[in-house]
Design a protein around this ligand. Structure first.
Ligand SMILES: CC(C)(COP(=O)(O)OP(=O)(O)OC[C@H]1O[C@@H](n2cnc3c(N)ncnc32)[C@H](O)[C@@H]1OP(=O)(O)O)[C@@H](O)C(=O)NCCC(=O)NCCS
Ligand SMILES: CC(=O)OP(=O)(O)O
Length: 326
């Protein structure tokens, strides 16, 4: 059975509620209507009512079965509760004036609905850049027990090929400890998507072929990850060809357990991770699903602004499946 069919079967009828802060966008409305009609998710669209209506009219969408909340006309008592909860959660880091301003932003408003258990998850980022989409979740929802960092993975799919790329979305410059944690989080994500993880810690060097502090970081991250999770099939530092191509692996890393067969690729920084996934997507013809945020206490998903309606639909299915695990 196809991956998304499996996930869809899992969430069908579970009535997980997802909030979509970009409810004025046609891609979001189209996906929300399909998710509701397929019985997969109960969507909540946020936005200015008149703009939501204008989009629906233009695309002849019927939103009669979809909950719409215009934060500007949210009942005053509920808004005051939200502001109060937000200030409490921030433990002195956010004053009343800032909290009042934040809740006028759809991403903060949506994140608060999730934090207050009024929604099970959130999908945003079709029109907002990643920082604006995920910052409220980092500040309010925070990490799950056992995770010290949140990171972003992509499932890269083409025909029967399926790989995980991480971190391609969140942590700009990582140290060895963070890279090791991302590797372990990504191996868990791989299992959710039916991938038996073989993790490559990527570099421009294979097993000491180049000398540089950047290479030392990846080799140190490999050591830490092996100590943290000795049973995980993981190796580094490896160049992508050594990690992926069996013939190259034989000459560059003959003793490696995973070289030539890796399916989870951990990048040494966000420049390489984000560039790498977009090259595979745009030149290699892979479908890029994500970024899937790893390590958050409750599911919040970011979209690429290049996402289409189908991408929104699929990311929502993943988010609802994550909500089932909570
Ligand atoms: C994610 C990002 C926005 C966070 O940046 P920021 O808002 O400047 O982060 P700050 O350091 O001010 O931290 C804000 C809060 O988030 C938390 N935080 C930041 N990064 C975190 C992470 N990776 N994991 C967990 N918490 C994190 C901080 O601890 C802080 O919490 P606090 O306010 O309770 O103290 C930033 O790292 C970023 O822009 N990343 C790149 C995103 C991007 O453009 N990706 C490419 C397209 S997908
Ligand atoms: C994940 C990502 O790169 O997002 P965007 O294309 O919106 O910057």
């Amino acid at each position: 059975m196809e991956l998304f069919e499996q996930l869809a079967n899992k969430i069908k009828g579970q009535n997980k509620t997802l909030v979509f802060p970009e409810g004025e966008d046609a891609r979001i409305q189209g996906a929300a209507i399909r998710l509701a009609a397929d019985g997969l998710v109960k969507p909540i669209l946020l936005g200015k009512q008149s703009l939501i209506d204008a989009t629906a009219e233009k695309h002849q969408f019927d939103l009669s079965n979809i909950t719409v909340i215009d934060p500007a006309s949210y009942p005053e008592d509920k808004l005051n509760d939200m502001i109060h909860e937000l200030i409490e959660r921030r433990h002195g880091k956010t004053d009343t004036a800032t909290a009042k301003k934040w809740v006028t932003d759809v991403n903060y408003f949506g994140t608060m609905l999730v934090y207050m258990n009024l929604a099970d998850g959130m999908v945003s980022g079709a029109t907002h850049p990643t920082g604006d989409t995920v910052r409220p979740a980092l500040q309010i929802i925070k990490t799950a027990p056992g995770s010290s960092r949140i990171s972003g993975a992509f499932v890269m799919q083409r025909d029967d090929d399926r790989y995980i790329f991480a971190d391609a979305a969140i942590n700009i410059d990582i140290d060895a400890q963070t890279m090791a944690e991302i590797a372990i989080q990504s191996a868990k994500t791989a299992k959710v998507f039916g991938i038996d993880p073989k993790v490559a810690m990527l570099s421009f060097s294979t097993k000491g072929s180049a000398k540089a502090t950047q290479v030392d970081k990846v080799s140190e991250a490999t050591k830490i990850a092996k100590e943290l999770e000795p049973s995980l099939a993981l190796d580094g530092e490896l160049q992508f060809d050594a990690a992926f191509v069996p013939e190259v692996a034989k000459s560059k890393a003959p003793d490696s357990e995973i070289a030539g067969q890796a399916n989870v690729f951990i990048f040494p920084d966000l420049q390489s991770g984000n560039i790498g996934y977009k090259i595979a997507q745009r030149l290699g013809g892979f479908e890029a699903v994500g970024p899937i945020l790893q390590g958050l206490a409750k599911p919040v998903s970011d979209l690429s602004r290049g996402a289409n309606e189908e991408d929104v639909y699929k990311v929502a299915i993943i988010t609802a499946a994550q909500a089932l695990e909570n």
